[in-house]
Design a protein around this ligand. Structure first.
Ligand code: ZN
Length: 255
């Protein structure tokens, strides 16, 4: 079987860049693709303040849910701070990783309550900056209805520790040879050409785009082959990041 793709849109909140989100939303709606949309319940991250507070934001989020988009709980406040790496080793900063269990529970509980107050029930956990640990999973199990995690580098949906993990390994559309791939996009900073590229990629691969909940239903028990694949992918990603950082330094020196 060929590759299948999911789309995830990060950083939805009342101060998002509306015109950029409009463009991404239109591209997906015109093609009938339902993404995971990661909503920040109570944003305090200045990096996500891209415009004035949109009084129509929560109504818009309800319209996403009504049309089959899957609501993700994107942390609580998106307050990132330096932290140790959590279960998915991507960044050395996070909102959740390393916090005490009671504090993690409070953030999950209040995040779920804030969304419920707006008529939204999140189905998926989307950790800000990929940062979360086993205490976060315990907090989700105890304080939320969420049983799906959008993260990790497996090549398929896996059942692990009481959660379905939908792997998230791409940050731009890219043709893959097989497996399940989530393309994570940040509409706040997505250029017009990047939206055009997304639209073309969907047009060329429309049948390969799945609904996130349908993909979750196909989850298989996590095994040694999944773990091996994740290790290799994480190492390749770390290498790519290091090479990118070195290239940026070299470029800076040349100027
Ligand atoms: Zn985020």
């Amino acid at each position: 079987m060929g590759a299948r793709y999911l789309v995830r849109l990060d950083d939805a909140c009342p101060t998002m860049d509306r015109s950029r989100w409009d463009a991404v939303e239109a591209a997906l709606r015109e093609r009938g693709v339902s993404p995971i949309v990661a909503v920040v319940p109570a944003n305090v991250d200045p990096d996500l303040v891209r415009g004035p507070v949109d009084g129509g934001f929560w109504e818009r989020a309800r319209s996403w849910a009504a049309s089959g988009w899957v609501i993700g709980l994107h942390g609580y406040s998106h307050a990132l701070r330096p932290s140790r790496r959590g279960l998915v080793p991507v960044n050395a900063y996070s909102e959740f990783a390393g916090l005490a269990e009671e504090e993690q529970r409070r953030r999950i509980r209040e995040g779920v309550a804030a969304l419920a107050a707006e008529g939204l029930e999140p189905a998926v956990w989307v950790a800000p900056a990929h940062g979360f640990d086993s205490l976060t999973l315990a907090a989700l199990a105890g304080e939320s209805p969420i049983r799906i995690v959008s993260d990790g580098f497996a090549r398929r949906a896996v059942l692990r520790g009481g959660f379905v993990w939908l792997p998230q390994q791409l940050w731009r559309p890219r043709k893959m040879g097989g497996g399940l791939w989530t393309i994570c996009l940040h509409p706040n900073t997505l250029s017009e050409p990047a939206v055009g590229k997304l639209a073309r990629f969907i047009d060329e691969n429309r049948e390969a785009f799945a609904h996130p909940l349908e993909a979750a239903r196909g989850a298989a028990p996590y095994g040694p082959a999944d773990a091996a694949h994740e290790r290799v992918f994480a190492a390749a990603l770390a290498l790519k990041k290091a090479v990118g950082a070195a290239a940026r330094v070299a470029k800076g020196k040349m100027r």
